[in-house]
Every structure is written in structure tokens, then in C-alpha cells.
Ligand binder design. Sequence first.
Ligand code: S3P
Length: 432
Amino acid sequence: MNTGDKKSFTPVEKLEGSITVPGDKSISHRALFVSALASGISKIDNILIADDTMSTAKCLRILGTGIEINGTTAVITGKGVYGFQEPSSVLDAGNSGTTARIMLGLLSTQDFFSVITGDNSLRARPMKRITIPLTAMGAFIDGRDHANYLPVSVRGRRLKGIDYTMPTASAQVKTGIILASMGAKGIMTIREPLNTRDHTERMLKASGIDVKVSDKIIQLVCSQKPLPLAITVPGDFSSAAFFIGAGIIARSSDILITNVGINPGRTGFLDILKKMGASLELANARFEAGEPVADIHVTPSKLHGIVIEDRELIVRAIDELPLLAVIAAYAEGETTIKNAEELRVKETDRIKAVVDGLLNIGIKAREFPDGLRIEGGKVRGGSVSSYGDHRIAMAFAVASVSSEKEISIDNFNAVSISFPEFIDIFNTLGHR
Ligand code: S3P
């Protein structure tokens, strides 16, 4: 593995300041997709400009969608569900699972041939979870291991709505199926095993789609046409989480993070931190683009270890579990995370990557097939690998705030996947 772009982080005396984080990654992807499917001009403010969202924009442009980006404002000229053109080259989703899985939904509705691929990490991530329901809806899909791995080819057509029970909780898959229903006939019913983030359902309601949601069942009449959007994307909770974690474990801190999306499908991290003894203040709660938003005030807290095993909570905190494991290094006693096998099929095997990193900075940690155990202790510092995974890189940067010696992290440029401004914002907070 290329270990270039190593960055070192020294401990800090104090973290303080008022910050905002860039727009939400999940909502930005969805805003691009829904705008592309609408007929007319959409305007999305505070869209996330990062590698993952730009992978979505690039693929949509190749399919004929007009996308102009100025600063963090995107103006998108959508041509409607049947206005896309056959791509003459392979679509590349880069590192983005969200791009690949949602795009497969859109491509399945198109009466043309397309192929989608991704980088080394994405080509090793499971796609059957989305290709199985889309095939059941009538799309012709093929790929390695019976369409489980990219590159995947699609010949789409007018699909039919089905009643689908999802075996795995995944908002990406749910979204891919919902968007596929825009080019289908009949009724689409999706049954989720657990509640997952509902950004798509909220956005579609804002764009005039009648979608019924109750008790993990999402139902809609197919072939509805979304209206163009005019929205401002809230700050990304998953990006804010790094500064929430840093403020909590810092020797001294006083951080205000304004305009953070607090969709309940995303904030399991806050609930877990509270169970571990953290006190956090949320203020100025309001709605932005149909999404709940607030300002979050963070100061240091003394934490104790807990067992995290509730599946609903795991799903609501899935992207923050590597960070939680790192924070648990600073808690008194043991923290155990179970029922989190999904972590093994993220951008890297995040269970292995976190345990490996924790051991390298002097913390006792152990892997299980579906999780890990961390023994709180003295964080000595040392060298860790990000495994090219943006969230692993940022989690270990956070670990440095109260470590004894510096922590150096390889492949730190991976943060450009979701949060290119991470180091700049981190530096504005720190007094070394
Ligand atoms: C996402 C859903 C989650 C999450 C990912 C973004 C989304 O993945 O981990 O970072 O935008 O829908 P799954 O849908 O695979 O659970």
C-alpha cells in the first residue's frame, strides 16, 4: 500500500472556537440525484465539494445532466427520468459506495447499456444488496460473482414496482430502489430491517413526491416525477463528530459547531457518548431543507466504558463507530462494540483498521467477527495506517489531542473523500 502523504498530529493544550463544517455528504449526493431526475433547474446551496460527491456529479454529467458548481452552490439542469443519454465510457464511482449503489438504481430505469466501476476499495465492496432487488424489478444486471462486485453492467428498462424486504439495513440500497421506482410501473414497497437515515424520503417529499413512511415500511406509487429542488444542505454530522469527539477528550475545550444536521438516523454517536457520561448541549434547533439542524456546544467530559450492541443504535452511529472506538481509549474501563459486522465492508475493514491503529498507539484492543473491545488507558502515540480510509485517518487525528506523544497517520490525503477542510478547521481550534 502507498504510505505517502503522512501527517503528524501533536497533542493540544486547548481546543476552542466556533466552527461550521461543510455540507452533509449523504444529503449532497441525494440532492444531485434527485435534481438530475427532475425536469428543470435546481439550486443546491452548501453542497459538499469532496471526492465522493464529485464522483456522483461526474457520472451524472456523463449521462447528460447539466451541473454547474460555483463555490458551494450547484445549479443542476435535470432532464427528467427519461432524459439521460447512454454513456460512451465506463462510469467511475471512485471510492463512493453511495454513488455506486444509488447510480445502479437510476441506470436500471434507462433503456441503454452502461457499466459502472470504482477504485480498488469500492471494487471489493458488496453490490448484491442492490443488484438483487433491481434485478427483481426487471433490470438486466451482470458483474463479477453474480453482480456482487464492480464493474457491473446494466441494461435498464421500464421496471415494475415490487414488495421488497431488505435483508441488510442500508440507506444507500433503500435510496437506489426508491429512485428506481421513478422509472417503474405499479406500487413499490420497501421493508427495512431497521430504520436507516431517511434523507431521501425527506428530500422527495420536499420535491413533491407522495411517499408514505411508517414503521420501517416505505411505500410509493411508481413513476412519480420529482420537482426541481431549491435547498441549502445542512452541515455534515459525521464531519462535526470529529470535533465533538476531540472536544470531549481534550484536556481543555470550548467548541461551538453551528448548523449541524441532526437527523435522528445519524445521531447515534451523541446517544452513545451520553451513555458513556458525556454532557453535550444542543441549541438553536430548527429545520433546514426538511432536515433537523442545531448548534452543538462541546466541552471536556470524563467517560466510562460501555457495551454498544443495540442494532438500531449501531445503524444510527455506523460511520462514527471508528471514532467512538478511538474515544473509548480515553474512557475508564472497557468498551465493547458488537453487532457491527457492517464495519468490515466499508471503505476498508474498519474493525481491523481501528484495532490495528489502537494497538500502535499503546491501547489494548481486540477484534471480534462483529465488533471490537477497547481497554481505556494511556494513549502513548505512534504511527498508524489510515488504510486509505478517510474516517480512519480523521479518527486517529482526533486521538492525538490528549496523547502523550504525536500520532502520525499515513495516506492522510484520503480525507478529501468527505472532508478536504478537516486539517484547516482542526488547526483553527488547537492551541499547542
Ligand atoms: C450512506 C449510508 C451508510 C453510510 C454511508 C452513507 C448514505 O451506508 O455508512 O457512509 O448516504 O446512504 P449503508 O447504506 O451501506 O449502510
